[in-house]
Design a protein around this ligand. Structure first.
Ligand SMILES: C[S@@+](CC[C@H](N)C(=O)[O-])C[C@H]1O[C@@H](n2cnc3c(N)ncnc32)[C@H](O)[C@@H]1O
Length: 209
């Protein structure tokens, strides 16, 4: 017998933002798979766990092996449907083997913290993507929400905005949302150059006039 693989969105990080359905799925699982922050949230359950690192084939083998013994919960930050391991897992498991529990995305938390609607915003992750992919969105949409990659520096984003002629844009940096060290600030495009790096951030850019 093989048990289902649960892909569980755990929200931005704070326990208050985890859905009850997600908690139930994790509690019912025998094995947990996730990043350090996600696993830490469920330390008290004392489940056998596997840390997700760069070695995805090894993580996959772990899941395939353990689901023969009991349900496995793969914990992903935010919502599973938005730049998570779900895409990878969907290629390796049949739909009937997967159960997906939605989570509150970091983007939702960013826009609500800024008290801004996001129905007209374009959303993009910069993880493993060139900044040029964001450039055309900046010209086309009134607002853009970016999941940052530490490899893309704030100065590079400043260059990108300058190249698009967006000198008046409003840039909001939303770091470690929902964590005790959450920081949200607004800077000008030029002010981005004063910031050393993006670390666990959603950056929201409003084109301005
Ligand atoms: C692999 S993506 C996962 C996105 C996730 N599925 C979601 O819906 O938010 C990881 C990126 O999400 C953003 N992120 C996740 N949690 C965050 C938080 N608590 N505060 C700010 N950004 C966060 C960061 O840009 C981070 O690099």
């Amino acid at each position: 017998m093989e048990f289902p693989v649960w892909v569980v969105g755990i929200g931005p990080g704070h326990p208050d933002y985890i859905l009850p359905a997600a908690v139930r799925a994790v509690e019912a699982a025998c094995f947990l798979v996730g990043g350090p922050r996600a696993l830490e949230l469920f330390n008290h359950l004392n489940r056998e766990s596997k840390l997700i690192d760069r070695n995805l084939p090894e993580v996959l083998e772990y899941i395939k092996d353990k689901r023969k013994q009991g349900p496995v919960a793969v914990l992903v930050s935010g919502d599973p449907g938005f730049y998570s391991l779900l895409g990878y897992l969907s290629k390796h498991f049949a739909p009937e083997d997967l159960r997906v529990i939605p989570g509150i995305s970091s983007v939702q938390v960013a826009f609500s913290t800024l008290k801004l609607p996001w129905q007209d915003a374009a959303l993009l992750s910069l993880h493993g993507r060139p900044l040029e992919d964001a450039a055309h969105l900046l010209g086309e949409y009134p607002a853009v929400g970016l999941l940052t990659d530490p490899k893309v520096s704030p100065a590079q984003l400043a260059d990108c905005l300058a190249n698009q002629g967006l000198h008046q844009a409003e840039v909001y940096i939303c770091e470690n949302l929902s964590y005790p060290d959450e920081q949200v600030c607004q800077v000008s495009p030029a002010g981005l150059r004063e910031i050393p790096a993006f670390n666990n951030c959603v950056v929201v850019i409003r084109r301005g006039t």
